[in-house]
Write a protein of this length. Structure first.
Length: 404
């Protein structure tokens, strides 16, 4: 069977040494981390399996395990102020702190359904969502919760509010996807069209009132999906990218966003989701959570206690991250399954090393560059997305292609 290669339109000059700069942090736990929340550039929280709650006060350099009042797995955390925070998890677990995590109390939620996500718009008002369309709302700081669940046979996995009244919840199965919207603070919810079905929607984020993003996956954990709306959820467009499932999405501003997921994948957009570029996290652990305090300072976390941090948006220090070039051209010859790479004058004839990487960062092919026209045998590569990197002592140029 003939195979083809499709050239990605994004070619990025990323400079000396490496693709991205994500620094691993020592969390002090091997438990899965499900969610992150930061109340400042240095103070943040991570919630984990087995009731573990971690806190840092020095930007992730060290993490302290806080006293917890549960052994239930915890799935989501929301801090509306620096002192007041809420955590939810399995079996209807709801925890609250009013002193920045020094003490936690368990609150009665009125349900035993698993609660997958929580979002508070103030210290008193918030919503939690979870299994079987569960939606709970409180207006008194979690002392009591009102059930506003919808009739679904599958979980709601994420909830996000753009203001005190307007919020979104997403979920679904590999058969049906669901997006819900409320305009009365979580009392009534309307099902919105979610575009193509057969997706599990795992995370929703709105950088402004009209523009929002949802990530998730379809297939057997091998196809990631991103949905975008520019009309407050009335319609959604889907972008399928060359990665496995995505678990979390964050937009620190209207144009800059990050999506993370299986096998340590981190994707970044500079142009409000028009294009997404893969970054290298140097981990194979699934990433379930992301939190950015600005376009450059952020944290991601996931399986086995993994926490990574960037202070420059995931790129190497000193490199202009928006400097995109089109200095490489690709041609694939199906007969002998070779890819031909040509360098333009803008690349200035890199003589050094050419390498092909998988999307998890492993080097699959590497050889010297002997001329400005290269031929690589890619017959041994499986179908998927790959990064090509040309490098010498002065610069690195990368391109992305898909092998079908």
């Amino acid at each position: 069977m003939k195979k083809t290669l499709i050239l990605s339109i994004v070619l990025i000059l990323i400079g000396l040494g490496s693709f991205a700069q994500w620094v691993p942090l020592s969390s002090g736990t091997s438990n899965n981390i499900s969610a992150l929340a930061f109340t400042s550039a240095t103070a943040g929280y991570a919630v984990c399996d087995a009731g573990i709650i971690l806190k840092t006060t020095n930007g992730g350099q060290s993490w302290t395990q806080l006293p917890s009042v549960t052994s239930s797995n915890l799935w989501s955390v929301s801090f509306p102020t620096a002192d007041t925070g809420y955590v939810v998890g399995e079996n209807g677990t709801v925890l609250k702190t009013t002193n920045a995590g020094a003490q936690w109390v368990a609150l009665p939620s009125g349900t035993t359904q698993w609660l997958d996500a929580v979002f508070f718009t103030s210290t008193e008002s918030g919503c939690a969502v979870g299994q079987n369309g569960t939606i709970l709302k409180t207006i008194n700081g979690g002392i009591s919760w009102t059930d506003h669940s919808v009739s679904l046979s599958y979980p709601l996995r994420s909830v996000f509010f753009t203001d005190a009244s307007t919020g979104y919840a997403v979920g679904g199965t590999l058969i049906v996807s669901v997006v819900l919207k409320t305009i009365d603070g979580g009392i009534n919810w309307t099902i919105l069209p979610a575009g193509p079905q057969n997706k599990i929607l795992t995370s929703v984020f709105f950088p402004n009132a009209n523009t929002g993003y949802i990530v998730g996956g379809k297939g057997n954990h091998n196809i990631g999906t991103i949905l975008k709306t520019t009309d407050a959820g009335s319609s959604w467009t889907e972008q399928t990218i060359g990665t496995s499932w995505l678990w979390s999405v964050s937009f620190p501003d209207n144009n800059t966003g990050y999506a993370v997921g299986e096998a340590g994948s981190i994707w970044k957009t500079y142009d409000a989701g028009a294009t997404w570029a893969a970054q290298f996290s140097e981990t194979l652990d699934a990433l379930y959570a992301s939190f950015f305090t600005n376009a450059y300072l952020g944290y991601v976390a996931g399986a086995n206690g993994t926490i990574l941090k960037t202070t420059n948006g995931g790129i190497q220090v000193g490199i202009d991250e928006k400097q995109n070039i089109f200095g490489l051209s690709f041609h694939f010859d199906p007969a002998n399954e070779k890819i031909t790479i040509r360098q333009s004058e803008s690349v200035r004839n890199i003589i050094g090393t050419v390498a092909i990487f998988g999307m998890t960062g492993q080097i699959l092919i590497k050889q010297p560059i002997v001329s400005s026209v290269l031929k690589l045998n890619v017959s041994g590569l499986a179908a998927g997305v790959y990064i090509v990197r040309l490098s010498n002592n002065e610069k690195v140029v990368s391109g992305r292609f898909i092998k079908d």
